[in-house]
Ligand binder design. Structure first.
Ligand code: H2B
Length: 110
Protein backbone atom coordinates (compact mmCIF):
# COMPACT_ATOMS: atom_id res chain seq x y z
CA UNK A 1 0.00 0.00 0.00
CA UNK A 2 1.40 3.41 -0.93
CA UNK A 3 1.65 6.29 1.55
CA UNK A 4 -1.23 8.01 -0.28
CA UNK A 5 -3.53 5.08 0.49
CA UNK A 6 -2.74 5.12 4.21
CA UNK A 7 -4.43 7.03 7.04
CA UNK A 8 -2.61 8.30 10.13
CA UNK A 9 -3.11 6.25 13.27
CA UNK A 10 -3.11 7.47 16.84
CA UNK A 11 0.02 6.56 18.80
CA UNK A 12 2.16 5.66 15.79
CA UNK A 13 5.59 4.55 17.07
CA UNK A 14 8.92 6.20 16.27
CA UNK A 15 10.57 4.89 13.11
CA UNK A 16 14.15 3.64 13.20
CA UNK A 17 16.81 5.16 10.97
CA UNK A 18 16.62 2.38 8.37
CA UNK A 19 12.85 2.81 8.03
CA UNK A 20 13.31 6.58 7.67
CA UNK A 21 15.97 6.09 4.98
CA UNK A 22 13.68 3.67 3.16
CA UNK A 23 10.67 6.04 3.30
CA UNK A 24 12.41 9.26 2.22
CA UNK A 25 12.49 8.44 -1.53
CA UNK A 26 8.69 8.11 -1.39
CA UNK A 27 8.33 11.79 -0.42
CA UNK A 28 10.29 13.76 -3.06
CA UNK A 29 11.35 17.22 -1.94
CA UNK A 30 11.30 16.37 1.78
CA UNK A 31 14.39 16.04 3.92
CA UNK A 32 15.29 15.64 7.56
CA UNK A 33 16.26 18.93 9.19
CA UNK A 34 16.63 19.54 12.91
CA UNK A 35 14.84 16.25 13.55
CA UNK A 36 11.82 17.29 11.45
CA UNK A 37 10.63 15.96 8.14
CA UNK A 38 10.54 19.23 6.19
CA UNK A 39 9.76 20.62 2.74
CA UNK A 40 9.49 24.10 1.31
CA UNK A 41 6.59 24.58 -1.11
CA UNK A 42 6.95 27.55 -3.48
CA UNK A 43 4.10 29.57 -5.07
CA UNK A 44 3.47 32.43 -7.50
CA UNK A 45 1.99 34.76 -4.92
CA UNK A 46 0.32 34.97 -1.52
CA UNK A 47 -3.09 33.96 -2.89
CA UNK A 48 -1.67 30.65 -4.19
CA UNK A 49 0.25 30.12 -0.96
CA UNK A 50 -2.90 30.54 1.15
CA UNK A 51 -4.96 28.28 -1.12
CA UNK A 52 -2.38 25.54 -0.49
CA UNK A 53 -2.39 26.21 3.26
CA UNK A 54 -6.19 25.90 3.33
CA UNK A 55 -6.14 22.58 1.44
CA UNK A 56 -3.34 21.35 3.65
CA UNK A 57 -5.29 22.32 6.78
CA UNK A 58 -8.27 20.29 5.57
CA UNK A 59 -6.08 17.23 5.00
CA UNK A 60 -4.27 17.46 8.35
CA UNK A 61 -7.59 17.76 10.21
CA UNK A 62 -8.82 14.63 8.44
CA UNK A 63 -5.61 12.85 9.39
CA UNK A 64 -5.51 14.39 12.90
CA UNK A 65 -1.80 14.98 12.41
CA UNK A 66 -0.65 18.57 12.52
CA UNK A 67 2.52 20.15 11.13
CA UNK A 68 4.46 23.25 12.02
CA UNK A 69 3.87 25.81 9.26
CA UNK A 70 5.96 28.78 8.27
CA UNK A 71 3.92 30.83 5.81
CA UNK A 72 5.43 33.72 3.88
CA UNK A 73 4.42 35.54 0.68
CA UNK A 74 5.51 32.86 -1.81
CA UNK A 75 6.54 29.96 0.39
CA UNK A 76 5.16 27.54 2.92
CA UNK A 77 7.62 25.44 4.90
CA UNK A 78 5.92 22.35 6.33
CA UNK A 79 7.69 20.61 9.22
CA UNK A 80 6.51 17.35 10.68
CA UNK A 81 7.35 15.27 13.69
CA UNK A 82 5.12 13.25 15.98
CA UNK A 83 4.42 14.69 19.41
CA UNK A 84 3.08 11.42 20.76
CA UNK A 85 6.32 9.65 19.74
CA UNK A 86 8.32 12.15 21.81
CA UNK A 87 9.12 14.36 18.82
CA UNK A 88 10.52 11.49 16.74
CA UNK A 89 9.43 10.72 13.19
CA UNK A 90 6.64 8.21 12.66
CA UNK A 91 4.83 6.75 9.69
CA UNK A 92 2.19 9.48 10.18
CA UNK A 93 4.74 12.13 9.18
CA UNK A 94 5.49 10.33 5.91
CA UNK A 95 1.80 9.75 5.17
CA UNK A 96 1.04 13.46 5.54
CA UNK A 97 4.16 14.44 3.56
CA UNK A 98 2.96 12.31 0.64
CA UNK A 99 -0.54 13.81 0.87
CA UNK A 100 0.93 17.35 0.98
CA UNK A 101 2.92 16.57 -2.17
CA UNK A 102 -0.27 15.38 -3.88
CA UNK A 103 -2.10 18.60 -2.92
CA UNK A 104 0.81 20.66 -4.26
CA UNK A 105 0.89 18.67 -7.52
CA UNK A 106 -2.80 19.42 -8.08
CA UNK A 107 -2.59 23.19 -7.64
CA UNK A 108 -3.68 25.39 -10.53
CA UNK A 109 -1.01 26.07 -13.11
CA UNK A 110 1.30 23.32 -11.88
C1 H2B B 1 -5.31 12.53 19.89
C2 H2B B 1 -4.67 12.99 18.63
O1 H2B B 1 -4.43 11.90 17.76
C3 H2B B 1 -3.35 13.69 18.87
O2 H2B B 1 -3.43 14.76 19.76
C4 H2B B 1 -2.70 14.10 17.58
C5 H2B B 1 -3.03 15.47 17.05
N1 H2B B 1 -2.04 15.93 16.10
C6 H2B B 1 -0.77 15.53 16.16
N2 H2B B 1 0.15 16.06 15.38
C7 H2B B 1 1.43 15.70 15.45
N3 H2B B 1 2.33 16.26 14.63
N4 H2B B 1 1.83 14.76 16.32
C8 H2B B 1 0.97 14.13 17.15
O3 H2B B 1 1.37 13.27 17.93
C9 H2B B 1 -0.39 14.51 17.07
N5 H2B B 1 -1.31 13.92 17.80
Amino acid sequence: MTLLDQHCIEGAPALGQSAIDAALPDVPGWSIEDGYLRRNFAFRDYHETIKFVNSLAEMVHQQDHHPLLSVTYKNCVVSYHTHSAGGALSQNDFICAAKANAIYALRAGA
